[in-house]
Design a protein around this ligand. Structure first.
Ligand code: NAP
Length: 337
């Protein structure tokens, strides 16, 4: 195996990215250096934050380079190794997604335990996705016994886990918002939400008032904009808001104005706190220690939306930004052994 295909950033998008902004390129694989491994990628993750890396602006991660392969979380099988610590046959997670094969330093890969969960779980519930929900609801905006909790993008990767976690943490009522009747039904039937708001129906404040007549105590914000405004409008004294994402603005040409009711947060002594999951990776053992058992026992239910083949990777990213996924959006690059 000397050639691999990978997805390059062909052009920087203006607003919503287009398929032409990506290019599938065949590249020769370099020889393995000392302490390096060759990984046959089987799965890669597409995540909303990747949209930000397509722009040439300073952020918490550098922009993707034009004409070079994109990066992101991936899982694969080690097919050649010059590192004693990572043997051929191991399943590893690493950060060189968007390509069929990856050559990387062994130290940049983590061997994952596929006896406790399937490989894809390490890109979803047992990966940064699950850890985001866990950190947000235990550290950033901790849920207390009896709280009323609101989660946005609730049928997505983080949100589908966050609702179930809020319940585990003692929430008395868990409300999710998602786009469209199929997803709102799934919130109630599969992901354990007590009430579901359909943001495509409009009047979010009205729908929230109906679902939580006494207001909410905790809000996990994945959306920003109208959702954050509605949550501030409904939050009770001492409430907590975890600012995790603002996907409603990721393709916007100019930033949306902030909520116009922010003073309500002052009057109610509300905490609005940001959270970046990469600053909380030390919590992985704590989270995996709980979540792997819940997954295996069926008390944590997850879904995946799968695109097949590296040719579909760009579409999968465009899809996650547009709401084409339920649960975690993944790209299958090869077969698990
Ligand atoms: P996801 O929820 O699986 O996918 C994104 C979802 O956002 C879509 O499926 C869509 O669902 C929803 N959406 C898109 N545009 C929207 C809009 N204008 N209004 C309302 N909903 C909209 O993605 P994820 O990976 O779990 O990430 C969720 C959020 O958490 C994102 O904002 C992401 O950036 C953030 N995040 C942050 C961290 C961190 O460290 N801070 C880590 C991971 C993720 P609907 O069809 O329901 O609209």
């Amino acid at each position: 195996m000397t050639v691999s295909r990978e997805v390059h950033l062909a052009s920087r998008p203006t607003g919503t990215p287009k398929p032409e902004d990506f290019e599938l390129v065949a590249v020769p694989l370099p020889e393995l250096g000392e302490d390096q491994i060759l990984v046959r990628n089987t799965w890669m993750s597409v995540d909303p934050y990747m949209r930000g890396r397509m722009d040439d602006v300073p952020s918490y991660m550098p922009p993707f380079a034009l004409g070079a392969a994109l990066e992101g979380s991936a899982i694969g099988e080690v097919v050649a190794s010059r590192a004693a610590s990572v043997p051929v046959g191991a399943t590893v997670s690493h950060f060189l997604g968007w390509r069929e094969y990856a050559v990387l330093d062994a130290g940049a890969a983590t061997v994952v335990d596929t006896s406790i969960a399937p490989p894809t779980a390490y890109l979803g519930a047992l990966g940064a996705t699950g850890l985001t929900a866990y950190t947000a609801l235990t550290r950033t905006a901790p849920v207390k016994e009896g709280d009323v909790v609101l989660v946005s993008a609730a049928a997505g990767a983080v949100g589908s886990i966050a609702g179930q976690l809020a319940r585990q943490l003692g929430a008395s009522r868990v409300i999710g918002s998602a786009g469209g009747p199929d997803k709102t039904k799934k919130l109630l039937d599969v992901f354990g939400y007590d009430a579901a708001l359909d943001h495509r129906r409009g009047d979010l404040p009205g729908q929230l008032a109906e679902a939580a007549p006494e207001g909410i105590d905790v809000y996990l914000d994945a959306v920003g904009g109208d959702h954050l405004q509605a949550a501030i409008g409904a939050i009770r004294p001492g409430g907590r808001i975890a600012m995790v994402g603002a996907i409603s603005g990721y393709n916007a040409l100019r930033p949306a104005p902030g909520p116009d009711n922010l003073f309500r947060a002052a009057a109610h002594e509300v905490t609005l706190r940001g959270m970046l999951v990469s600053h909380h990776f030390h919590l992985f053992p704590e989270w995996i220690g709980k979540a792997a058992g819940w997954l295996a026992g069926g008390t944590l239910r997850t879904e995946e939306t799968v695109a097949d083949g590296i040719e579909r990777a760009a579409d999968a990213l465009l899809g996650v930004l547009a709401g084409a996924n339920t649960g975690k959006m993944l790209v299958r690059l090869g077969t698990d052994r």
